[in-house]
Structure formats: structure tokens, C-alpha cells
Design a protein around this ligand. Sequence first.
Ligand code: HEM
Length: 512
Amino acid sequence: MGILEAFSRQDVQAQVLVTLTLVGLAPLIYCVYNVWFHPLSRYPGPLLWRAMRLPYMRAAWSGRVHLIVQELHRKYGEVVRIAPDELSFAMSAAWDDIYSNQGHPAFPKSQTWHGNPPGYDTSVFNALDIKDHARQRRAMDPGFTERAVLRQEPIVQRYADVFIQRLSERTAGSAQKSTTVNIMEWINFVAFDIIGDLAFGESFHCLEEVKYHDWMSFTFNTIKANYYVVTLRHYPLLFNFLMLLIPKSVMERQKAHWGFAGEKVDRRIASNADHPDIISLLERQNEKGRDGITLGEMHANAALFILAGSETTVTLLTGIMNHLLKDPGSMETLKKEIRGSFASLEDMNFTALKQLPYLNAVIKEALRMCNPTPYGLVRISPPQGGRVGGHWVAGNTYVTIHPLTLSFSEQLFYEPYVWHPERWLEDAQTNSSSPFYNDDRKCVKTFGHGLRACIGEPLAWAEMRLILSKLLHAFDIIKADTPRSEIIWEEQNVLGVLEKHPLDVTLVERAD
Ligand code: HEM
């Protein structure tokens, strides 16, 4: 009996059977369509990944997706289909095509990856609408320029000094004039205190109390939980069902948590303090009327600044310490440059530090090797489709540049797995006999690219230069005699944020 016949004869039993068969076959039909008939079917990738999103989700939940996709690029080439509707690119040329307004508008962010849950105010990071993003960005740009960062220098200097002072107390108090600390944690303390003061006008007191603030631990657990949730948004029915299962009390706790950031901002505004922090600059923009951002957006952005401005710099600085400990020659060169340039810690300032070539090269090499977002920055192609790196991409396709693949490519870098800050020095760029002459330095864009690139880049550079230089000026740093004296970088998982392992170092009071 044919399907149509069953339905036309109103044979209920046959109809149920046919319906169940079709429902049962639907996933198979969906997979067959994705592999052979989908507009992206000509792009290479593992069969199961092309057929359904589950393998990608499994990789994402394992915390290893950045490394797995790197392997896929090795196997399949510059463009890999990593889900039925997602392409990963490993080509320099694609940066402009995806992220900047060159030839066509930059590809936007998507509700799936970047949209806010209902009831939350939108930060600049979550603003999906281009005009909305531009308005927020215009309002906050003045708070993040090189000039604004110079005004904020006293705040950063103060915490960098307390950081050194607290560590010095530990070395001074020991008979060997040395102390062994988890430097990742200490860098976290100073970075949180700095960004807390800049974003809220008050410190988190991590350095004072030598411990994390509760808000931070809660935030990072929330990010992790959200990461799982976001990957599920690709299945809206399942997503909505699972959201219903989350107890109301958990949702309320989450809201209260973000409310804490709002309270701090409100307190800061009410205090009317003459403090050169970011909030004061946002307020000043608001007073001008035109381009201001709402109070709710200010709350959302303050919380964003804390996350974006601490997590990333801590990853970079911890990565640098890890590499310097493994390469004593590099540590020595950097130490000599810093100590030769400044007689004392007080002489260091943002402007002078910017001039140190090896210090800058060290940070650039870390930006290449220790990227805090190694999985890439997902965007979605416009409904009419577009060209990326010379390839036609169908409409509504998720696209990413895979930074890890570019940074560790043998074709793009000489000895990509080796720590070589020299590749960023002028000689490497002008002397054709340098082994690094042909390195594709421009493909490293760890601060992102285009209109949505990192607003905090000048602050991040200034802060990283200062903390690193003060540390190397004040102490001789040696490998600790503990099991946590080295981080195997690839062993760290990435679940929205890179889950940093501890790094013990021994700080010895300077002998000279
Ligand atoms: C080494 C340090 C840092 C790195 C590597 C870094 C990296 C990035 C990247 C890659 C993006 C683009 C995200 C995307 O396109 O989806 C971004 C955006 C952003 N970053 Fe940073 N960041 C760093 C430090 C900071 C600091 C210190 C702040 C200060 C608050 C900050 C604030 C922001 C904000 C507000 C955005 C959103 C910009 C927008 O959407 O227009 N970042 N960052």
C-alpha cells in the first residue's frame, strides 16, 4: 500500500505506521541532505561533522575543540566544514572578508553565539544590531584611547606597586630571601584589582586579602555554564525544554549576581568621585546627550570589562612567565633590557616602557602562542551569502578564522612551536637572511579585527608591560622545585575561557 493510499483511505493504523517511519527516518534524511545536498556540501570535513552538529558539540564540551579543529585543518586544508552550517577558515586573507567592512559590510554576530538571554541588558559585546553596537562603541571609545589610558596610569601603577610590595614582604620574611608562589593566581589578583578599580571605581581587594573575590569565582562558573547552554542553542526545541528545567532559584541567583555589578556602578556614580576611571568617561559621554548609553547598558558593560579585561591579560602574562622559565636566555635578555632601562621601579611609566623592543617582542610572541580565545570569533554570513578568502559561502553560515591553526602553521612561521620573541624585532622584518624574515606576522590578530576588535588593547598593552617589567626588575625568577613548576599549555581546557593551570615560581630578592 502506498503512502498516499493509506492517507486517502483513512487507514489509521497505516497512517500511524507511515508517520512513525517518516519521523524515525527524519534524522537520517536530515544527515543525507546535509552531506550531499546542502549548499556547503562541497566543503571538506569529517563525514559525521558535516552530517550533524553533535560531534562539534561533543568536542566543545570536552574543552578541546580548539585543538581538534586544528587537527582537522591539518587533515582537510584551509577551509573545513566543522558542522552542517559552519566553516572554519585558516587563511590570512579571510580576516578582512569576515570581520571588516571591506568590499561588503563585516559579517555580524549571531543570536545563537552572542545573543543575550531575555531580560538582560545588552553590553557592547552582545549588541547584535550594527547601529546599536556603533552607538555603544562611540560612547565608550573615549574611555579606552591611549590618552585615556595615560590618565588611568596612576591607578594601574598603584596596584602594580602593591603587587610587588606584597611579594617582597614574602621574600623579605624568609631566611633565603625567596618565596615560591603560584604566579598565575597573583597575576589574577593584581589584574582583578586594577580592572575592578577602573570599571567600578573600587578594588576587589584581592591583593590585600590574598584571595579571589566570590564574585569572580561565581562569574567564571557562570561563563562555563553559559558556554554549554550556548552550544545547545543550535537545537532550539531542546534548548527551550532544558531552559524550563533550570530551577527558578538558579536563574534568580544569576540575576542577583549580575545585579551586584549594577550596584557597584550605581554606588560609583552616586559617589560623584573625581576618579579617572572608565565609568567617569562613560558618564561624561552621557552628559553630552547624543551618543550616551543607558544605565542598564552601563551595568552590563561594567561586568563585561571585568571579565574581558582580567581573564585575557592573566592568560598572556602567565603564558609569558611559563615560556621565560623554559627559556633562561630569553628571561636574561628581557631582564637586562628592563633593568638597564630603569634604575628603580618608580622610574617605570607607560610611555617609557612602550619603547622597549624586546619587551614588546615578548608580548607579541605570547599573543601568538598563548591566545586566550584560540577557538576563534564566530560570525554569521548575511542571508544573501558572501565571499570569504575567495570561497563562496552560502547565507546564514557560521564562519570563524581559526587562530591556533594560523599561529602554529609551518607554512606561516619559522619553528612555530618554539618561543622566538626575535621574530617580532625589526631585524627579522628587514634582514632577508633572518630565519623569521618570511614569517606572516600580520595573520596574528589576538585582539580581533575590524569594528568589533578589542577596545581595551591600549590598556592591555600598558598593563602587561608594567606588571611584567616590575616583576623582573624586583626579583630574580627561577623555576620552582614543585610539581606545578611548568604548564603544558595544550593540556589546558577551553570552555568559553581558557582554564589556566597553576604555575609555581620561585621569586628571589635581587642581589645587586
Ligand atoms: C591581552 C589582553 C586582551 C585580549 C587578547 C583581548 C581580546 C579581545 C578580542 C579578540 C575581542 C573581540 C571579540 C569578538 O570579536 O568577538 C575583544 C573584545 C573586547 N575587549 Fe578585549 N582583549 C584583551 C584585553 C581587554 C581589556 C584590558 C579590556 C578592558 C576592559 C577589554 C575589553 C574588551 C571589550 C569591551 C570588547 C568588546 C568590543 C566590541 O564588541 O566592540 N579587553 N577583546
